[in-house]
Design a protein around this ligand. Structure first.
Ligand code: GLU
Length: 510
């Protein structure tokens, strides 16, 4: 049999910002498509107008761009199978709902909200825990299966409000093979007569989703586990519409769980648990409520993607750092697990640290410069690059380099109190004065020469490291700990170091 071209879609509903679980779904779709030389589509599922949030679609497009997932077809890039917003495809769906009615797989239902409520109440008092419109209850309702044909026609002619429901068969097993979960079998007695077409002239998610996957020639549906219960209905729709041979393969991804494993990581967890759950910042246009994103917190998209890729997938080796190209190369749905994946925020930071360390000082410098400018600090490119090179081992974010190394760009204005209290002894000013003079006599001021000079000083004076180093460090940097003082002093240069020591000797009072 000829291999079907791989075509996958990410199909979010624009009801708010894209949760990182959604980004992972997009990523797995993207990786799978690229691995197989296929297409990655972005389809906006906006049939539920009551939940539509303006700005959400743009947010999704921007978030995917930040995560470096190129879209092959979609509203923002075009393509041959458009439109890619379901609201713009509205006229395309009705014919399929009609086809299902004609072939007896669907029917009109005229029940009012009150009548539906009454039915539910009746069933509840008869002991049914979750009453449904289904093969049993439909016979007592107002639909084209119970009403005489003329009356149905009359109601339709009068444009009476109605929906179209699927006629779920009784006691049939619907089976399909999920790429991740294996064979799934559901008995139709457990399924209800879902609405396919609404009274507002819009299809529901189920009909629109299946029709679009068919028309867009989607080969694999890769989506979150929460859609698994809908899959049997989708399988039936493919059969009833005569599209069996075009049925995509289904792959339902495991849930992303909270760090304690206690339930699904939800949109509402954003910031509440101390970390962002969205890729980028978001402000709700209606309420003004703000949620923070990974981008603005200083995470690299490469680190974010790498972390997301491992939430449910593993390469089967101990390698953890993967570029996008390496992910594409290694990704396979066979290695996606079924069990929920616990989100680990520390691991996310670890990934960012690794991506920061992989970069040279020259690469990091242009990232630090705007942060320096924000606080009114300036320095040469090569100096900034050297600072970054020295400080990157101690940083998770570029902003940490400024936080931990502000003294590289301005003399300290205060001195760490704890260090002064514990280490600035009566003899310290004299020791530091002598050290200053020795350093001042050095011809070359590189880390090795400074280190050698320091060692000689300790030996000659018969002093321990702890009697000299803390005083030296706090004088030059204002801090009690940090990177190697030989490196710091060399970078600052002799004049600056001597100047700072002089200021410290005048300023520090016990
Ligand atoms: N619109 C659905 C969502 O918001 C798409 C589910 C699917 O991929 O079929 O997740």
């Amino acid at each position: 049999m000829e291999q079907r071209r791989v075509r996958v879609r990410f199909a979010p509903s624009p009801t708010g910002p894209l949760h990182m679980g959604g980004v992972r779904t997009a990523l797995y779709n993207y990786l799978f498509a690229k691995k197989h030389g296929g297409d990655f589509l972005l389809r906006i599922e906006d049939t539920d107008r009551s939940r539509y949030v303006s700005g959400a679609e743009q947010y999704i497009v921007d978030a995917l761009a930040w995560c470096q997932m190129g879209i092959d077809e979609g509203a923002s890039v075009g393509g041959e199978n458009g439109p890619y917003r379901q609201s713009e495809r509205k006229p395309m769906y009705k014919q399929y709902a009609d086809q299902l009615i004609e072939s007896g797989y669907a029917y009109y239902a005229f029940d009012t909200p009150e009548e539906l409520n009454e039915m539910r109440e009746r069933m509840k008092s008869a002991g049914v825990a979750s009453p449904q419109y289904n093969a049993v209850t439909r016979s007592g309702m107002k639909n084209s299966l119970t009403l005489p044909a003329e009356e149905v026609q009359k109601r339709l002619n009068a444009n009476e409000k109605h929906v179209i429901r699927i006629k779920m068969p009784r006691n049939e097993d619907v089976k399909f093979e999920d790429v991740i979960r294996g064979w799934v079998s559901v008995n139709t007695n457990n399924l209800d007569d879902k609405v396919l077409f609404k009274s507002d002239g819009m299809p529901t998610y189920h009909l629109a989703n299946v029709v679009d996957d068919y028309l867009m020639n989607i080969s694999h549906v890769i989506r979150g586990e929460e859609w698994l219960p809908s899959a049997p209905l989708h399988v039936l729709l493919y059969q009833y519409l005569g599209w069996d041979t075009h049925m995509p393969k289904f792959a339902h991804l495991p849930l992303i769980l909270r760090p304690d494993g206690n339930g699904k990581l939800s949109k509402r967890d954003g910031d509440r648990l101390g970390f962002p759950v969205f890729p980028t910042n978001w402000t709700n246009p209606e309420t003004g409520e703000k949620s923070s994103g990974y981008r603005e917190r200083g995470y690299y998209p490469e680190a974010f993607n790498n972390m997301l890729a491992f939430l449910g997938w593993n390469p089967g080796t101990t390698k953890e750092l993967f570029t996008m190209d390496e992910l594409i190369e290694s990704f396979s749905l066979d290695r996606v697990g079924r069990a929920g994946a616990k989100f680990d925020f520390d691991k996310t930071n670890w990934f960012n640290q690794q991506y920061l360390r992989k970069q040279s000082g020259e690469e990091l410098a242009p990232q630090l410069k705007p942060l320096l400018a924000e606080v009114g600090l300036v320095a040469d490119d090569s100096y900034v690059a050297n600072v970054c090179e020295l400080m990157k081992e101690r940083a998770t974010f570029v902003k940490d380099i400024l936080k931990e190394g502000r003294y590289f760009f301005e003399a300290p204005t205060s001195y760490d109190e704890k260090t002064i209290k514990k280490k600035w002894k009566e003899s310290t000013p004299e020791i530091i004065t002598e050290l200053r003079d020795l350093l001042g006599s050095l011809n070359s001021f590189d880390p090795e020469s400074i280190g050698a000079c320091f060692k000689i000083f300790l030996e000659e004076k018969g002093l321990g490291f702890g009697a000299v180093m803390p005083g030296f460090r706090v004088s030059v940097t204002g801090l009690g700990a940090g990177a190697s003082m030989n490196e710091i002093a060399a970078l600052l240069g002799k004049d600056e170091v001597l100047k700072r020591i002089n200021i410290a000797l005048k300023t520090i009072k016990k």
